[in-house]
Design a binder for this molecule. Structure first.
Ligand SMILES: [Zn+2]
Length: 135
């Protein structure tokens, strides 16, 4: 099957070798740095996260559940892990491998959408005063 290699290109000395030493290098390769827009989005997420944690941690919410497009599963992330992941993304553009859920209590995790709605409602309450049940 060498026939369709461009002429003059030396054959890959590690082709087909399962212990290919360059595979390890590939894994260590740093992620792409984020462009400005991506950085802003991540910084926004971090700011949102701080608000959501402040609002929800007291109510027994331990973090967020994210439905993962890669493995078609729900991932449960504690607040600290979410923050660490976002910071790492911001610093070197990489994301951690998918960590298996650590004995999660599904009731203790909510979605980003839930957080957004909750934060909006809290904001409204603060703006309009009272608890929304009087008047
Ligand atoms: Zn996943």
């Amino acid at each position: 099957m060498r026939d369709h290699l461009p002429p003059g290109l030396p054959p890959d000395p590690f082709a087909g070798d399962p212990s290919d030493p360059s595979a390890a290098l590939d894994e260590l390769e740093p992620g792409q740095p984020l462009d400005l827009q991506e950085r802003l989005a991540v910084e926004e997420d971090l700011a949102d996260l701080a608000v959501y944690e402040a609002l929800l941690a007291d109510r027994g919410i331990r973090g967020l559940v994210v439905s993962c497009e890669d493995c078609k599963q729900d991932h449960y992330h504690d607040w600290d892990m979410l923050r660490a992941n976002l910071l790492q993304l911001l610093v070197d553009g990489t994301v951690r491998p998918h960590e298996p859920a650590y004995d999660p209590t599904p009731e203790a995790y909510v979605t980003w959408d839930y957080c957004r709605g909750y934060a909006d409602a809290s904001m409204n309450e603060a703006l309009h005063g009272g608890d929304g049940f009087d008047s």
